[in-house]
Design a protein around this ligand. Structure first.
Ligand SMILES: Nc1ncnc2c1ncn2[C@@H]1O[C@H](COP(=O)(O)OP(=O)(O)OP(=O)(O)O)[C@@H](O)[C@H]1O
Length: 446
């Protein structure tokens, strides 16, 4: 009897251990919630003070606090670490809010994040300043970018679209009012289209006009036609469409002047024109020319893009430009346009120079990170903006059919936009699951 119970216990334990081992690899979220989080939480609480001490993250207290923390027996004043304000477990890690004492700054914690990671046995520790004097330690228990699952609370709202996951487990959100114009770079098969696909999935659910420019004959964006207000699939169509958008921008400026405001968002909601997001896939197609006769068209396109990038923010027209490279090799106007695109997302690149094109002027520290993105991790990128901050992100693996279905579901949100009517893409009664054959994606002209 005793033998049987020992055997049952042993096999149960072995099965349990095997199950946990399996969960650790196959279901890291489950493993983290069942095992990782309680262990890490305990380790954190027990070793917090000593860890902060050895990492040099304590300060000598002053005044009353010094009196209260005095070791009476030895008559010494104990150095104090940042005060823990809150510890919270999430499905990916632990979040700890700390109140910094005078003498410590967020940079001190950032500099020691690698040591903290080892001390608490977690996958990564990132430090974010949440408000003056407070920082949040974001620990992740496992590699959250291996299989991306967006946080449940991340939903499109206002002009904000959650588009990828950061390595600290939080959602990376594209906020058009904070970074109105953006550039996405990356080599072939690095995940640029996936990024735009996730953006379109979010944008489709918001009250905005979506304008597509996809000079690869519309192979990617035609699938989203039911939710697009306009689609251009050739450089000629793009030139005409951009001219209409520039005219729209000028009309909107007149409207702002009439109402005595300088920004569209200051207008009352009932007077406010609908925001427009222009998604340009493979921008090089608009810049490169194969014959002398195309030069004039290129000039028109580049001038229109630069004007929109420089001024259209305040009238709610936003640019989202995507390409493999975006430097002076594209010719006149390229670097001028790039300077206006302050939101940057750089996927895997073939050379350091491309990473520099995307990041050097906004977040130079991130250039080596973007240069090291491995090929077997498509969709991974470095996202940065002009504030100097950057983060490593990865998009969820979203199929084109899924996004096409969202576009059909929200087709009723396509706003009434008479100026764009000639560019409305042809939407067959039943959209095929994959893009129609090349050449079918023509805008209707009446
Ligand atoms: N986040 C991701 N997770 C998993 N797979 C991804 C992810 N992003 C992209 N992929 C896969 O990588 C491949 C290339 O992605 P995508 O087409 O988006 O790259 P691209 O940079 O647009 O390539 P190209 O320049 O050739 O059009 C696709 O097979 C896609 O399914």
């Amino acid at each position: 009897m005793t033998d049987l119970s020992v055997w049952l216990e042993a096999t149960g334990a072995a099965a349990g251990a095997g199950g946990l081992g399996y969960a650790k690899v196959r279901a890291p979220r489950v493993y983290w919630s069942l095992v990782g989080m309680p262990v890490t939480w305990g380790r954190f609480v027990l070793s917090y003070r000593s860890t902060m001490d050895v990492c040099g993250l304590t300060v000598q207290p002053s005044g009353l606090r010094a009196f209260m923390t005095r070791n009476v027996a030895r008559r010494e004043v104990q150095p104090v670490p940042p005060k823990i304000r809150r510890v919270r477990g999430t499905s990916t890690g632990l979040r700890v809010t700390l109140l910094l004492p005078a003498g410590l700054e967020p940079a001190d914690l950032i500099a020691t994040s690698e040591r903290l990671r080892h001390a608490w046995g977690v996958y990564s520790v990132t430090v974010a300043e949440t408000k003056p004097g407070y920082v949040e330690l974001r620990m992740t228990g496992y590699d959250v970018l291996r299989r991306v699952r967006m946080p449940r609370k991340a939903r499109p709202r206002g002009m904000v679209v959650p588009v990828a996951l950061r390595e600290d487990g939080t959602a990376f959100e594209r906020d058009y009012r904070k970074a109105p114009m953006a550039l996405t770079l990356g080599a072939n098969h690095s995940g640029k289209s996936m990024y735009q696909r996730n953006l379109i999935k979010g944008l489709a659910q918001l009250p905005v006009a979506l304008v597509g420019i996809d000079c690869k004959r519309g192979v990617e964006q035609t699938a989203y036609a039911p939710r697009l207000s306009a689609l251009a699939t050739t450089p000629d169509e793009s030139a005409s469409l951009l001219a209409v958008l520039v005219a729209e921008m000028e009309d909107r400026f007149d409207q702002l002047r009439q109402h005595g405001v300088s920004d569209m968002w200051e207008l009352p909601a009932e007077l406010r024109p609908v925001p427009v997001v222009v998604l340009v896939d493979e921008v090089a197609e608009l810049f490169l020319i194969s014959a002398k006769k195309d030069e004039e068209r290129r000039e028109r396109i580049v001038t229109a893009l630069i004007r929109l990038a420089q001024m259209a923010r305040s009238v709610g027209i936003y640019l989202e430009i995507c390409g493999q490279r975006f430097g002076s090799d594209l010719g006149k106007g390229a670097t001028m346009l790039r300077a206006q695109l302050t939101g940057r997302v750089v996927h895997r690149v073939n050379d350091k120079q491309t990473a520099e094109m995307g990041l050097n002027d906004v977040a130079p520290d991130a250039v080596p990170i973007a240069s090291l993105i491995p090929m077997e991790r498509p969709g991974t990128a470095v996202a940065a903006d002009s504030s100097g901050g950057w983060s490593k992100i990865r998009t969820p693996d979203t199929s084109r059919d899924e996004v096409a279905a969202v576009c059909r579901e929200f087709a009723h949100l396509v706003p009434d936009f008479p100026a764009l009517k000639p560019f409305r893409p042809y939407v067959p009664a039943a959209m095929p699951a994959v893009s129609p054959p090349l050449g079918k994606a023509r805008p209707v002209t009446s």
